[in-house]
Design a protein. Sequence first.
Length: 375
Amino acid sequence: MRLERVELRRLRLPLVAPFRAATGAQADRDLLLVRVTTDLGEGWGECAALGEPTYTSEYTEGVRHVIRAHLLPRLLGRELRGADEVAEALRSIRGHPMAKACLEMAFLDAELRARGESLARHLGAVRPTVECGAAVGLQDSVDHLLEACARALEAGYRRLKLKIEPGRELETVRAVRECFGPVPLQVDANGAYELEDLDRLARLDEFDLLMIEQPLAEDDLRGHAELARRLRTPICLDESITSPRMAAAAIAAGACSIINLKAGRVGGYLEARRIHDLCRAQGVPVWVGGMLETGLGRAANLALAALPGCTLPGDLSAPDRYLARDLVDPLPMQDGRLPVPTQAGVGVSVHEEAVRELTVDLEVVAPERPMLRRP
Ligand code: NPG
């Protein structure tokens, strides 16, 4: 498999409303989209990185630079057995998992389209539909929070995830419990708490939550293990789990009993499957998280979410909950479940007109031609 040409497209996607988390707010989605042209055909990759480094240290402009300056020179013109060799070809570059994941996704899309195989089948999907949860960002009032939750439940989502931040978590969860009763509910702190907040976090036990996601900083396995000993509510880790080794270390340390899978955070869908397999072997449930992807990234996430160890609803809600425009046709949700794409490759068709209209900057990189910048 030979990479012949790459389009690095920076898109600005308006959000229907600002999405706020403890770590910052997104007013729009500053997205990097990659289209590769290989000797087997074309493939698309979507990068999970946000416009600013507020989730992890990666951010859209930085991803574009590291892809152009350091990753592509290790791939262009090189003969690869397939997408499963991309990670090896990029191993000498330290870190930058979202940049690497985006390229690997594009190679996977191209290779699997050429082979006529869906990503779901390639990864080992075992179910044709997956249960969908919806994440509700931090809201400026309890009324707005309850309205956002009501809209998500009316749309049919089976589980709600509430963003929380120190000082408002009990009020937030209590209001949702009082208003919607025993709806499946979990919270996500994006690492905003300290171990000193343990007593406040322990009071969340009264609300029968599915989990508390990433309460402490991503490098605080010891703190999470202490929390897990003191709280009844299961601890789920997200930002902390950067590799299969970190997943094994976190489980062994008792720092979590559930893991959120995100291909971008760990370097790609193939690495995410390795973490899934490791967790399944240890009886640790996993579920697929979201990074405000378009329908392209969501389609790939649905394939991952159909693996046997993904036993909890993922953050897979339809992109139109966040994005004013999408790049692919919406997938039909039935009874809180979305279909797993079965077409070849990632399994959805990208609307090139929408991509062109939403592209704010395009770079084309091809070995026979120097990098071209077009407006
Ligand atoms: O449905 O894509 C979605 C959003 C899910 O809340 C969600 N993601 O940390 O998991 C997270 C969180 C997030 C995304 C936080 C983007 C900050 C920015």
